[in-house]
Design a binder for this molecule. Structure first.
Ligand code: AHR
Length: 655
């Protein structure tokens, strides 16, 4: 079996032939600094990442604006005379043109509307949930709404009553504390009395959102990002930026200001894959550009917004805006910088301030286009570059080399972009594990003087089985770890890296593998997540050399390695990936440092089964094991388990 796996990896090894290997680390000769942005995250609203995920709203289609106005809602009634609803459309072109009108004549309360949430509503036991609703009664009416939280079986786990409605639209709110957990619960509104009541923006949020912000983000999901200590956050996409066509593109100006004035659009992943349809996937933009900036601020991560460059997704319509109509797109870029960085006397700076953040967000990076290719991109990119840099010369522009890691489009983009002034070029690679194993030296031979590299979307795509999380297996994570040693070794030119995609709901995904899986209550950290964390929380400040026979350790006989020092913490950090099916012991020879008299720490992530993975029912099958040990001499042996990633943190003294 083991042999079979090794063959599969394309790495035929004679496992018994290892003699003691010697790795030399020169710790006092930093080769290059590690950019603070080296390891970051890429967030896109795919796989119910925002609506149904990070954005903590639990009611789907809360204001009846989905094209199918009652999608997500279910009516229960005895008969038409006792209760019925209509959808009223004000047709005023506002973001919230529709509301529901309920006419009842039933003091017994037999008429109800329930909402399924996003594949159910997750409710934690003994937690507070904040319910709110806009309502008015049309005539003097004697109506109460009993608001129930139900579990899957229909048992009530919490409730409240809303009453005393007026003739004018008003917001009514109440909190509910649950007495039980519900994995796939629902919200049920029971209407009692007689008369006519109009309702809109029916909302339910957990009280415990990230930073306790009302209407905020799901705490556990943000915490997972925060634990990575990301150097940047790239948002909002991805293909989301491009749209299937230009009308469906992401327009940041429509995602700021009052949350209820943000016009909903279809999420392009709604219809992207025939085998994974998601007809109820829309973008409400409750998580919009202001919230993205705020999140980046909270995380201490550089915001990296990506803007549409006048091109829709080339895998779909490939629609482009005419060159002489590009100005509104350019304006979006210029105005975004004003929104993020300018003072409150400016139009967009004032909006940021009115939304609650008078301080600038200090935007430094801006992406022009997501994954575009061919001359259409270059000609549009040039216009953006000129306009942005002439007004904001310090902004670092991120351009892109398209969806492929090599080939015609890639070569063309690089040839053209090299002559322009992007600070970084975004490269994407979704490839089998073997590609990652074989490409750990990819950047060793790149030009050192051109634009820097942003490995903006990557993931090793291994085999899968029906379980959602299965593609995030150990083989894929090991391959990424091996490759990432090459990214780190080349930190002089590789300055930003992010796995993709970040999130996926187990019951609502379109794309896999993904870094973090979740359901309505819990999250799964994949082995790929732990690999990212091992690198991002041990990024150090400067790269130092680790070699075997004076060569980089980049795959020969199954070993990959990179090393950094952390000048602030006085630590030498060595990362070693062993992709052999047998353990190996290496001799580490550290020169140029005096060891401190405190313990070193090793973190090891290993598994014998390359196809094992973490899942909701088995959260920590794979997780790093941490151990303290003492390094007595500068030469010592280190055991590397089969199929493992090892991080060694060795304290040194400057005295
Ligand atoms: O990460 C999923 C998709 O992959 C992104 O939206 C796109 O940029 C790439 O093709």
């Amino acid at each position: 079996m083991k042999k079979k796996i090794v063959c599969l990896l394309g790495l035929i090894l004679s496992l018994n032939s290892f003699s003691q290997r010697k790795l030399n680390v020169v710790a006092d000769k930093p080769i290059t600094s590690v950019a603070p942005t080296m390891w970051g995250v890429f967030f896109e609203d795919i796989n119910f990442g925002a609506d149904g995920g990070l954005y903590a709203e639990l009611v789907k289609n809360r204001s009846f604006e989905f094209p199918t106005a009652m999608m997500g809602w279910r009516e229960s009634r005895v008969n038409y005379q006792k209760g019925r609803f209509h959808i009223i459309n004000k047709s005023d072109n506002s973001a919230n043109a529709r509301f529901a009108r309920i006419t009842i004549n039933d003091p017994e309360g037999n008429y109800s509307l329930s909402n399924d949430g996003f594949r159910g509503i997750g409710l934690h036991k003994e937690k507070q949930y904040d319910f709110s609703i806009m309502a008015r009664t049309e005539k003097p009416a004697n109506i109460k709404i009993k608001v129930q939280l139900l579990n899957y079986a229909g048992k009530e786990v919490g409730s409240t009553v809303i009453e005393n409605f007026s003739n004018d639209w008003k917001n009514y709110s109440s909190s509910i504390t649950t007495n039980d957990t519900a994995q796939r619960g629902k919200l049920n509104l029971i209407f009692e009395g007689s008369g006519v009541i109009d309702i809109d923006i029916v909302s339910l949020f957990p009280h415990d959102t990230w930073k306790s912000r009302p209407g905020g983000l799901r705490n556990d999901l943000v915490q997972k990002i925060a634990d990575l200590k990301p150097g940047f956050i790239r948002f909002p996409g991805g293909c989301i930026v491009e749209g299937k066509d230009l009308t469906n593109r992401y327009q940041w100006k429509k995602t700021v200001g009052d949350v209820y004035d943000r016009t909903l659009i279809m999420n392009r992943w709604n219809v992207e894959f025939r085998h994974r349809p998601a007809p109820d996937y829309y973008q409400t933009f409750g998580l919009g550009f202001y919230e993205y900036f705020l999140l980046a601020d909270d995380l201490g991560a550089e915001p990296l917004p990506i803007l549409n460059c006048g091109m829709a997704c080339q895998f779909n319509s490939g629609e482009v805006v005419a060159m002489d109509e590009l100005q509104p797109y350019i304006d979006d870029a210029i105005d975004l910088i004003e929104f993020a960085n300018s003072d409150v006397t400016t139009k967009w700076g004032k909006l940021r301030s009115d939304m609650g953040h008078p301080q600038p967000f200090n935007l430094k990076f801006l992406g022009v286009g997501n994954e575009q290719w061919e001359p259409q991109y270059i000609e549009r990119y040039k216009v953006f570059e000129k306009a942005i840099l002439s007004k904001y010369p310090d902004i670092k522009i991120v351009s892109g080399s398209g969806p492929f890691a090599e080939g015609e489009y890639f070569n063309y983009a690089w040839k053209e972009l090299k002559q322009l002034k992007p600070s970084l070029i975004d490269e994407h690679y979704y490839k089998p594990p073997a590609w990652f194993f074989n490409n750990a030296s990819r950047y060793d031979s790149y030009e050192r003087t051109g634009p820097k590299i942003f490995a903006g979307e990557y993931a090793a795509h291994s085999k899968e089985n029906p379980e959602a999380e299965s593609r995030n297996n150990w083989e894929s994570a090991l391959a990424e770890a091996a490759f990432m040693t090459g990214l780190e070794r080349n930190a002089d030119i590789v300055q930003m890296c992010s796995y993709a995609p970040l999130f996926a709901h187990v019951d609502a995904w379109q794309w896999r593998p993904d870094l973090i899986w979740f359901d309505n209550l819990n999250t799964v950290a994949t082995p790929n997540y732990f690999v990212q964390k091992l690198f991002s929380t041990n990024k150090g400040t400067d790269v130092v050399a680790i070699t075997e026979s004076e060569k980089p350790v980049a795959g020969k006989d199954s070993l990959y390695s990179s090393a950094v020092i952390d000048k602030q913490k006085s630590e030498l950090i060595i990362k070693i990936v062993n992709i052999a099916s047998a353990s190996q012991t290496v001799e580490l020879n550290l020169t140029g440092i005096k060891l401190a008299k405190t313990d070193a720490v090793s973190q090891t992530l290993a598994a014998n089964d390359l196809y094992s993975y973490n899942k909701l029912s088995e959260l920590y099958k794979l997780k790093p094991e941490e151990r303290k040990f003492f390094v007595k001499t500068n030469k010592f042996n280190q055991n590397l388990p089969a199929y493992s990633v090892t991080v060694l943190k060795i304290p040194f003294t400057n005295k």
